[in-house]
Design a protein around this ligand. Structure first.
Ligand code: ADP
Ligand code: GN1
Ligand code: MG
Length: 366
């Protein structure tokens, strides 16, 4: 395998001699490796086999990433930052393409490894949450004047109407024969269908605007430096034109959880209001100037929306026979579903406090 990986790594315009290629990270979608080069004077790299079953137009996805990172780099240079540490740098293949397609039809891509950084799996301190919020807020702010075309490589990604269509089809087909065992969990979804669609209607009618957003803002998709300062937003596969509330809501789903995303003991899972407050403070420090009243008013709701959507997606994948997310045990998607549902319930119980905190944080800028 390593021989093959080395040969694939050799297809890219990396500097220096390749010493070793080994697996890295906890992503659920792509296969990620680090390419270590022999000398301390040459960078290391990230090599990824992109998931071609999920991303059906990888050339367009890589174009999106390069357009967005070039825009970010210009902004970072203008404010005196380091464009190779604060934004991803895509390393093209030797033939100039942004990817390499192997004989089996798999797509590979490379970017520079940003060393001296940490990808946390959990936000244990308000400081980290504040920095994470600042990082995504700044990412959105730097992209607010991005006007180049972006291909919608995942149509309907955070669109609950589209997810209900997939959901209804999956339940009707019941391909793994599992629907009957999860009747209670299915009710969790159905009980909230109308509430979620009512929110999504505001996006569909344009009351909540579309912007260039990340769409996958869980904590391990952002790199921090050793002092817990946010450095760089990574995993740009899902950069799309969508509501910025998706980024805030998905981050809340990830950062505020006192347990694990797949905690086998739901008693560990709840929403931390301290972390909610800290992330909101960091996010608004960068975005308060451009958020519209409709966006500001729905920040707290977006945390429930994305957590609900995640319950639906994990449960739908379980019913579908585990075809989307990587799993580590046969009931992994069900464990994830239950843990995320516990988080959703905790958000519902604390919703009035969440709204109060957002309002108080916004008042600082009134
Ligand atoms: P996936 O789409 O599978 O989630 P990611 O792009 O998020 O893949 O990468 C998986 C992990 O690899 C990240 O959580 C992070 O730990 C690490 N990683 C990815 N890109 C970089 C990079 N440029 N520099 C340092 N670490 C990285
Ligand atoms: C996936 O690729 P990764 O692991 O960062 C998924 C997200 C989910 C997340 C749940 C393209 O993110 O949408 O929220 O898992 N990415 C895609 O942890 O579906
Ligand atoms: Mg990731």
């Amino acid at each position: 395998m390593n021989q093959t990986l080395r040969a694939i790594a050799g297809r890219f315009q990396t500097e220096g001699e390749i010493a070793v290629v080994r697996p890295l990270g906890e992503g659920f979608i792509n296969d990620t490796f680090i390419i270590e080069t022999a000398s301390a004077h040459t960078p290391n790299y990230i090599l990824q086999r992109k998931n071609r079953h999920i991303f059906t137009n990888i050339p367009a996805m890589m174009e999106n990433i390069v357009r967005v990172t070039n825009h970010l780099k210009n902004k970072i240079i203008a404010r005196g930052g380091d464009p190779r540490r604060e934004a991803l740098t895509v390393t093209p293949a030797r033939d100039g393409k942004l990817y390499y397609k192997d004989d089996e039809g798999e797509y590979w891509a490379v970017c520079e490894f940003i060393d001296g950084t940490i990808a946390y799996q959990k936000a244990d301190t308000p400081r980290l949450a504040y920095q994470g919020g600042k990082g995504i807020g700044r990412f959105q702010a730097m992209l607010a004047d991005f006007r180049e075309p972006l291909t919608d490589i995942l149509p309907g990604f955070h669109n609950i109407r589209f997810r209900f269509k997939q959901w209804d089809e999956t339940l009707a087909a019941d391909p793994a024969g599992r629907a009957a065992q999860v009747a209670e969990e299915i009710r969790w979804i159905e009980d909230r269908r109308a509430e979620m669609l009512a929110f999504w209607r505001l996006v569909e009618e344009g009351t909540i605007p579309a912007r260039v957003t990340h769409n996958d803002t869980k904590i391990n998709n952002i790199l921090f430096d050793k002092q817990e300062n946010v450095l760089c937003v990574i995993d740009l596969d899902t950069v799309l034109s969508a509501t910025c509330l998706n980024d805030y809501g998905d981050a809340m789903r990830s950062y505020t959880n006192t347990g694990l995303e797949d905690d086998p003991n739901p008693d560990n899972v709840s929403m931390s209001l301290d972390i909610f407050k800290a992330y909101t403070e960091g996010y608004l420090s960068e975005t308060h100037a451009f958020l519209t009243p409709a966006e500001a008013e729905h920040l707290a709701f977006s945390a429930k929306y994305i957590t609900y959507e995640q319950v639906l997606r994990f449960l739908m994948d379980y019913i579908d026979g585990d075809r989307y997310y990587k799993i580590k045990s046969p009931d992994h998607n069900l464990v994830r579903t239950r843990a995320q549902y516990k988080l959703l319930q905790s958000m519902e119980a604390q919703y009035a406090d969440m709204q109060r905190i957002v309002k108080e944080e916004l008042e600082r800028y009134a």
